[in-house]
Write a protein that binds this ligand. Structure first.
Ligand code: HSE
Length: 331
């Protein structure tokens, strides 16, 4: 699914002549790369090349009905309680005490179990469309909290590293769960993200279940230094510091066995000039950062490495843009 043009940086709908109860509103929410190697569950960036769309109408009953799920969906529940987008809207309905409900259609552009934040994007698109049908629009932080409830349905845990970048756009750090603080981090000009998605399904729940509950002190120090170095490098345009820091020494070593060719893909990307290469979210998609002049060579190297493990892939080279978060595209 190709991304629609941005309408504005606002998530709310342009004023229309029809009443909210008659109107259908469609919102788009981009895919995202969670963790970004060093920020497990707290750092992510949006990938506007693909995303999910949600179309909503208000209904008089106080419920959430899912009328259709289309696209690269696989088996997704039509029961709102068990669906990420449905759960997010129910959270909105409860928190605001709405006396009406929503009928929803979901168009999935993000493959399920790809590590590209598909469940987050559906939840985000749902709350952004829902927001446009409210008498009083919510703030983005409120929408974030509703969408987080949806994400928890699919991954089994409340994490924000896909929700925040999908909603806000760009490279986004989120501190806190109850009262999340969101910071869009600048990405040095000329840096591109290379995303390579092998055609296999990996369950986020399963990829979280294998993680150890404890971390070695030396790995903790190393990972903390890498996160601090990476963020500092982004703020100061220091590509050498980013290259030095963009390495996950805690989570990736535990997950790489789930992805055929993971080590090869990373090694080949680095040899081709990448600033860093790691697993996107829980995988199996992998991402790299590279300067614009190296991006295609890095992409080719990653593709080639995956193909040695008999894996078909899709790929994208994208600019990470803070102005390309979720938005209403039709109202
Ligand atoms: N931070 C999450 C994880 C992202 O790595 O499990 C999952 O989409």
């Amino acid at each position: 699914m190709t991304p629609p043009a941005a309408i504005s940086d606002a998530t709310s709908a342009p004023a229309g002549s029809r009443s909210a109860s008659e109107r259908a509103v469609t919102a788009f929410a981009p895919a995202s790369v969670g963790n970004v190697a060093i920020g497990f569950d707290i750092l992510g960036f949006s990938v506007d090349a693909l995303g999910d769309r949600v179309t909503l109408r208000r209904i008089p009953e106080r419920s959430v009905r899912i009328r259709a799920i289309r696209g690269v969906a696989g088996e997704l529940p039509l029961d709102a309680e068990r669906n990420t987008a449905g759960r997010a809207l129910l959270a909105m309905q409860d928190a605001l005490g709405l006396d009406f409900g929503f009928e929803m259609e979901i168009d999935k552009g993000i493959p399920l179990g790809s590590g590209l934040g598909g469940s987050a994007a559906s939840a985000v698109a749902a709350v952004v469309a829902g927001n446009a049908l409210l008498p009083q629009p919510c703030t983005k932080l409120e929408l974030l909290k509703f969408a987080m409830q949806g994400e928890a349905v699919s991954s089994g845990s409340m994490h924000v590293d896909n929700i925040s970048p999908s909603l806000f756009g760009g490279l986004v750090l989120t501190v806190g769960i109850e009262q999340p603080r969101v910071k869009q981090i600048p990405v040095p000009a000329g840096v591109r993200a290379i995303i390579v998605h092998p055609h296999m399904f990996l369950s986020t729940k399963a990829a979280r279940a294998i993680l150890k509950r404890t971390v070695d002190l030396s790995d903790f120090v190393w990972q903390t230094a890498n996160l601090a170095g990476f963020i500092s490098g982004c703020y100061t345009d220091d590509l050498d510091l980013i290259r030095e820091s963009l390495q996950d020494v805690v989570i990736e070593p535990q997950r790489e066995k789930l992805i055929p060719g993971c080590q090869d893909v990373r090694r080949r990307a680095i040899e081709a000039g990448a600033l860093g290469c790691s697993i996107s979210g829980a995988g199996p998609t992998m991402f790299a950062w590279a300067t614009e002049d190296r991006a295609q060579a890095v992409r080719d190297a990653m593709r080639e490495a995956f193909s040695r493990h008999a894996t078909q892939v899709d790929d994208w080279i994208v600019e990470i843009r803070a102005d390309r978060g979720a938005r209403v595209i039709d109202a």
